[in-house]
Design a protein around this ligand. Structure first.
Ligand SMILES: O=C(O)CCC(=O)C(=O)O
Length: 265
């Protein structure tokens, strides 16, 4: 039977642009810190493109070839600590180019899913340097149907709805969402949670990269739209517990999935 409650740990970290060595070292330190905490986390996640930041001009040289280095680290860590991992996203080099990809792990170190960002963000020139993924990020963790999206993806309500219709009860969103669009970030994440009656869990980076500032405000939002936890603008680990039975409770209280009329729209 699927576990009903999870302790979450969101590693809201700064990222050194173009410096994978420093970013790997920092992530390893934060992972150990998160795992040492009581109660132990069931799920750990971290931000978008944590290995390189937006070093797009050098992304061919800096990205992780076939994600091998990332996979070795995250697989071993999830096995050692018996923890589920939503591995932020990395710049991942594959045949055909560089992708912005999340790797997800079960508690035994098995990679259960990956998802490459399908909406590339033209305001940051992503489409000039990255390839877009071609499928949605549906997965199961501990037997719980879940979903993954990345940053800009939250502007596309159809994508979250598709994950919800596919059964997702919780959606994970690694991001590098910059200033000054904090109200977009908070509003869109809350709307995705309320309209799909699911948990939305986001992990944004902090710090400054060139002229771009990142404000953190990683969030855990329940299916009623309540914010269970929210980061400030500093590097920190944000913790929250989610009770997954809330999804069924909210969906039976206001049965939008029964009342929707897709034949009309
Ligand atoms: O949609 C936005 O305002 C920010 C998106 C973004 O920064 C990204 O997808 O990397």
């Amino acid at each position: 039977m699927a576990q009903q409650a999870w302790n979450l740990a969101l590693l809201q970290m700064d990222i050194a642009i173009g410096e994978p060595e420093r970013n790997f070292a920092k992530l390893e330190r934060l992972l150990e810190e998160a795992a040492a905490h009581e109660p132990k986390p069931d799920v750990i996640m971290f931000p978008e493109m944590w290995n390189t930041g937006y070093a797009l001009e050098q992304i061919q040289e800096l990205s992780d070839v076939n994600g091998e280095r990332t996979d070795a680290l995250l697989s071993a860590f999830s096995k050692k600590h018996g923890v589920l991992i939503i591995g932020g996203s990395i710049a991942e080099k594959k045949e055909g180019g560089v992708y912005n990809t999340i790797y997800a792990y079960d508690r035994e170190g098995g990679r259960v899913a990956d998802y490459s960002k399908i909406h590339l963000f033209r305001l940051m020139d992503e489409e000039k340097f990255l390839q877009s993924g071609e499928r949605v990020g549906q997965l199961e963790l501990d037997g719980v149907p879940a979903g993954m999206m990345i940053c800009y993806d939250i502007r596309f309500p159809e994508l979250t709805r598709k994950l919800a219709l596919g059964g997702a009860q919780i959606v994970f969103v690694p991001a590098e969402w910059p200033n000054p669009r904090l109200h977009h970030w908070r509003t869109l994440l809350m709307a995705r949670a309320i309209e799909n009656q699911m948990f939305v869990v986001s992990c944004n980076r902090v710090g400054v990269s060139g002229t771009t500032e990142f404000f953190g405000h990683s969030m855990v939002i329940d299916p009623w739209g309540e914010v269970l936890a929210e980061g400030d603008e500093s590097e920190q680990i944000i913790r929250a517990q989610v009770d997954l039975s809330t999804v069924a409770e909210v969906r039976s209280r206001i049965p939008i999935f029964e009342d929707r009329r897709p034949q009309l729209y």
